[in-house]
Design a protein around this ligand. Sequence first.
Ligand code: ATP
Ligand code: MG
Length: 383
Amino acid sequence: MKVSGDWLDNPATQSVMGMLTGAGYHALAVGGCVRNALLGVPVADVDIATDALPETVSRLAETAGLKAVPTGIAHGTVTVVAGGEGFEVTTFRHDEESFGRHARVSFGASLQQDAARRDFTMNALYAQADGTLIDPLGGLPDLQARRLRFVGDPQARITEDYLRILRFFRFHAQYGDPEQGLDAEALAACAEHSAMLETLSRERVTAELKKLLDAPDPAPAIAAMAQSGVLLPVLPGAQPQALPVLVHLEGDKPGGWLRRLAVLTTEVETLRLSKAETRDFGKVRDAFSGIDSPAALGWRLGWRLGCDALLGRAALLETPPAPGWQAEVMRGAQADFPLKPRDLMPMLLGPDLGRALARAQEHWLAQDLKPDRAQLLALLGLA
Ligand code: ATP
Ligand code: MG
């Protein structure tokens, strides 16, 4: 069986794999790129596994005129930059101390061990530069059945790295069969160790949660997390009920993680969001409690956040927005408030000016953005 796609045909991918195979090493695309290519969904980045040691990867890259950045030397990862793209090249690895990360073993043995340290069978699929698939753990039938299965014993794998609990729900949301439900034994192991999620870095948790919430329908995975006690340590105070309603209202236009997160919770202190993300999240949450029209939301928040606020509020109220709401949010997003501060000067100055502008603005929004400049000046007694 072969995999294919622009990501593999890409001369940059071929040059990175070729610099390794040309020197007699193995080079295999692995993980997300192979999995997604088999599923026919977009490939984000290409990871490469090799039996060459990190210092050899760096040396071969330099000889080939490519830049090599030691981004994760402790994990055996060198990022090779080709055609403006970064390729993470990771040396076959075995996670047992006794083995040592510098050990050079025969290819067959080390590929098997590299596969064994990965989290799920569908993430342990490899492809050669010509697309030939290598499936050391039977991940392909699992992928075809959209069955998320831990590599090895779920208990053992979870205690090695508790982030795998979240990854279990994340990959199920992205690639699992929603009809099938989650593997009972793995689910029980996730539930048993859920308290350990608090020990993980906020960055790692946030990255997984965003990917989960970006899935077309994250609601079943979030419901399973709530039921098994996995949601609580990640998002204390989360209320999962409105999420399926939101996903239903979104229809064939799935929203992003921020909108989904906003209907789940008010508290995001357990996450690591950027300043801009925290501000946007707050704006959307604040809009839920108001009674702004779709056009007013569009004006206050802009098109994207206006849609997030409108649909999120509708989900929490369990009432679909009125037909044509998109055009209304857009009308608001494109509208210009007709008064400028200088229109009120010098009659009003300082805090008085600010208060008058705010009053005129609220009137204009409540009146469907219709009053013009003269009407607003009259409202303020300045006509
Ligand atoms: P995405 O498209 O979301 O990036 P991905 O499969 O590439 O999906 P990554 O988090 O980028 O996911 O990880 C790349 C690969 O590394 C995975 O496919 C998996 O084989 C392995 N991996 C990553 N994190 C872990 C982990 N915590 N435990 C075991 N294996 C992991
Ligand atoms: Mg990836």
